[in-house]
Design a protein around this ligand. Structure first.
Ligand SMILES: Cc1cc2nc3c(=O)[nH]c(=O)nc-3n(C[C@H](O)[C@H](O)[C@H](O)COP(=O)(O)O)c2cc1C
Ligand code: SF4
Ligand code: FES
Length: 607
């Protein structure tokens, strides 16, 4: 490995931020630090073993100083033996990392589809007028996962905790940038947990009842009974219950969880690991945020159960960088569980050792794709890998890995406690168990709703008290930006994997975004197209070029009326992206646009 240092020096603060992550500099470390070039002739394995600290180190400097100076980057590279060109490639991959100097306080203002519905464009125009053009103190951002409290902004503050501003106005963004911080706790994002509380809740049963920072509260509400039961059953019986439950992934791909767990448990290669996918960057999705913020011990316990059943020693919870509160609460839960013997060596007096690390993302939707997530944790650009091999064979650090969505994992607690068949009895044969839906847009009570699989779209919208002001529904986006638009005539569709498939839609990550008759669908379609153009990792041509061409064709369509040529082009692009892209991002980037065209939502009269 041939390393060429930039030759810039870090400041003391930058040095300290890196050392906090990597550890103090040891004697004889940084050989060649005084040189501008350093050839690593041996110890490559050792150097690669530290590479996973690259993103945490970049995040640490960004968090402490507000940007990544050449001196800081150089120091990180020297400490981790990473070629500077590669570290630069990683740093520039993420939206929340900056390799250019910028103010220590910046606001990332969401202008994505749910925020657009409540005036995000006006908000951005006002910010332009008051704070100056985008790129200084504020930036436009894709969905921040706060759609039920739109419009939202993420305050990224050097040397302080980041936080999220909801119901944002130009004035509140300016105040936040000036250092004023809202201390008023927000009500839970799950209206069913407010008074009068819905009694039938399963996944949400502890939300609002157990303080998210209290392990004692959690245990009073039944916490850690599932792990105790798992120890009584033994790993093989836990696997059997999970398989019998029929639970399928809630992260979008709907793969049976039991099949994954069993494959990893039986894998001949060791050590295995569990990854809890908490990247949650699909526009319109915020259910995992609710679980992590309001019931973090459940996420920790469920990841531990997965570790036990699959014979893993380590768990990672990869949380998007835009969720500072979720990250803090999970970290607190992990530390508390460790102190009280629920994590670490000999958990609950049994001979099982398991540790969990929180890994913080840095603003990249693609890192929710499981193999991109592995690359991100390993310290590389978050680019998806070709599959097969699948994660159960070759996953994180090239070892067998279970990767599950937060909500999927939390279901494991009930499955272990009540048994697989009891779980399978909820919902339908193909779609077992309870399900969380993220309801946003033009509804009176947006939020996360829990229903058994099989409830209809109408029933969920009724829970959210329907469209305000007696206005009619124009369309509903099901499944997120990678999902599709359905019409009001499809409102009696059962919300199951098979029910949505029957109408050519998908449940995706559980998004239900409502657009009333006043909505500007061309603006929504344009924002979705921009999202995919921005978020494509650029690795494969159909997606890298296709998402750009899709956006251009849509803007021509908006200018030139109902251009038949553009519609044909959009259809062809959709087909190529679907058939020839490496990963799900490219394969689904045209879904919403194609469905909007098919429903006539983009023609002059309807949009
Ligand atoms: C572009 C893209 C983004 C994704 N983002 C997420 C995500 O944020 N959270 C998630 O759980 N799964 C996400 N997935 C799906 C994961 O690749 C994977 O299927 C999932 O984490 C498996 O967990 P599950 O079986 O519990 O659903 C994404 C997939 C793609 C293609
Ligand atoms: S489909 Fe898009 S996001 Fe996925 S690997 Fe290809 S370029 Fe990257
Ligand atoms: S927070 Fe703005 S669209 Fe989700």
């Amino acid at each position: 490995m041939d390393l060429h240092w930039i030759g810039a020096e870090p400041t003391d603060i930058e040095r300290a931020a890196v050392d906090d992550v990597v550890g103090p500099v040891e004697e004889n470390e940084l050989p060649g630090a005084e040189l501008h070039e350093h050839v690593v002739r041996s110890g490559l394995e050792e150097a690669l073993a530290k590479r996973h600290l690259l993103l945490p180190a970049l995040n640490a400097v960004q968090g402490r100083v507000g940007w990544l100076s050449p001196g800081a980057l150089d120091y990180i590279c020297r400490r981790l033996s990473v070629p500077p060109a590669e570290a630069y490639g990683v740093a520039t991959f993420y939206a929340l990392l900056s390799t250019e100097s910028r103010p220590p306080r910046v606001a990332h203002v969401c202008d994505d589809i749910a925020c657009q519905l409540v005036g995000a464009e006006n908000l951005c125009r006002e910010l332009e007028a008051t704070l100056g053009p985008e790129g200084g103190a504020w930036f436009r951002s894709p969905c921040l996962g706060q759609c039920e409290r739109a419009p939202a902004a993420l305050l990224q503050l050097a040397g302080e905790d980041d936080w999220t501003l909801t119901g944002a106005t130009a004035a509140s963004v300016a105040e936040a940038l000036a250092g004023k911080r809202s201390e008023t706790p927000l009500p839970s994002a799950a209206p069913q947990t407010h008074a009068p509380r819905a009694e039938s809740l399963r996944i949400l049963r502890r939300v609002g009842r157990a303080g998210p920072s209290s392990l004692d509260d959690y245990r009073e509400q039944g916490g850690y009974r599932a792990l105790r039961r798992a120890f009584e059953l033994g790993p093989e019986s836990v696997l059997r219950e999970v398989k019998e439950s029929g639970v399928r992934g809630r992260g979008g791909a709907a793969f049976p969880m039991g099949v994954k767990w069993e494959a990893v448990a039986k894998a001949p290669v060791r050590p295995q690991s569990v990854v809890c996918n908490a990247d949650e960057s699909e526009p319109g999705t915020f259910k995992d945020r609710l679980l992590m913020e309001e019931d973090p011990f459940a996420v920790v316990e469920a990841t531990t159960v997965a570790g036990y059943a699959t014979g893993s020693e380590t768990g990672y919870i990869y949380v998007r960088g835009e969720y500072p509160l979720a990250i803090r609460r999970l970290q607190h839960a992990i530390e508390t569980a460790e102190k009280r013997g629920f994590l670490g060596a000999g958990i609950m007096g049994e001979g099982f050792d398991f540790r969990i690390e929180v890994r913080k993302g840095a603003g990249a939707y693609i890192c929710g794709e499981e193999t991109a997530l592995f690359n991100s944790i390993e310290g590389f650009r978050g680019e998806p890998r070709s599959k097969p091999p699948f994660p159960t064979q070759v996953g994180l650090f090239r070892k067998p890995t279970v990767v599950n969505n937060v909500e999927t994992l939390v279901n494991a607690l009930d499955i272990v406690l009540d048994g697989g068949p009891a779980f399978a009895a909820i919902g339908t044969k193909e779609s077992a168990g309870p399900k969380l839906f993220c309801v946003s847009g033009h509804v009176a009570r947006p939020g996360v709703y829990e229903v058994p699989f099989g409830a209809t779209l109408r029933e969920v919208l009724d829970l959210a008290s329907g469209v305000p002001g007696g206005r009619k529904i124009k369309t509903i986006l099901l499944g997120g930006a990678a999902g599709s638009f359905v019409g009001p005539e499809e409102i009696d569709t059962p919300l199951t994997f098979e029910g949505t498939r029957a109408i050519g839609a998908t449940l995706g990550s559980g998004v239900i975004m409502v657009f009333d008759e006043t909505s500007d669908m061309r603006a929504t379609a344009a924002r979705i197209a921009r999202f995919f153009r921005d978020e494509s990792c650029g690795q494969c041509v159909p997606c890298r070029v296709g998402t750009v061409r899709q956006e251009e064709a849509l803007s021509r369509l908006a200018r030139n009326g109902d251009g038949a040529r553009e519609k044909v082009l959009l259809d062809e692009l959709a087909q190529v992206m679907r058939d020839a892209s490496i990963c799900g991002l490219g394969q689904t980037a045209a879904n919403a646009i194609v469905s909007a065209l098919a429903k006539g939502l983009l023609s002059r009269e309807t949009s």
